[in-house]
Design a protein. Sequence first.
Length: 174
Amino acid sequence: MKIVVGISGASGASLGLKFLHALPADIIKHLIVSEHANIVLEKEENTNLHQNTEIWASVASGSYGADAMIITPCSMNTLAKISCGIADNLITRAASVMIKERKTLILAPREIPFSSIALENMHKLSMMGVIIAPPALAYYGEQTTLEDMENFMIGKWMDLMKIDNNLYKRWSGE
């Protein structure tokens, strides 16, 4: 399985890295970091790190065959560009490829409250099959630490990608 992780905007960039590190070792991982997020991140080992300006990178082509992509955090600027079909950097180009190839694309917008414009863009993308999954908590999982809360969100995103995990307590109905 090949997974692309995009990190746009600096706020919450560590959550994107934690998602990347939680992926199983047998998954081929690609990390794309926007210019602003790159300021707060260092190059990680065992990861293909792409600069957002590398529009020629493998993940910019449908023939590469990435299976899924998540952008976490996803800035409203990146979300708006994807919604309008603007592919002017590697993150938005890779997202465009996921949409045209009808592959799993998850956007985790990080700015609240959502404006009417942002909600309209999310609705448009959702109607195209893009999964909008902000980093939101559930309270049935009895999370007590920040790590527990992050693991819940990461586990839910992995569930959306059909990646087995045991990062959070699942609802048992009891």
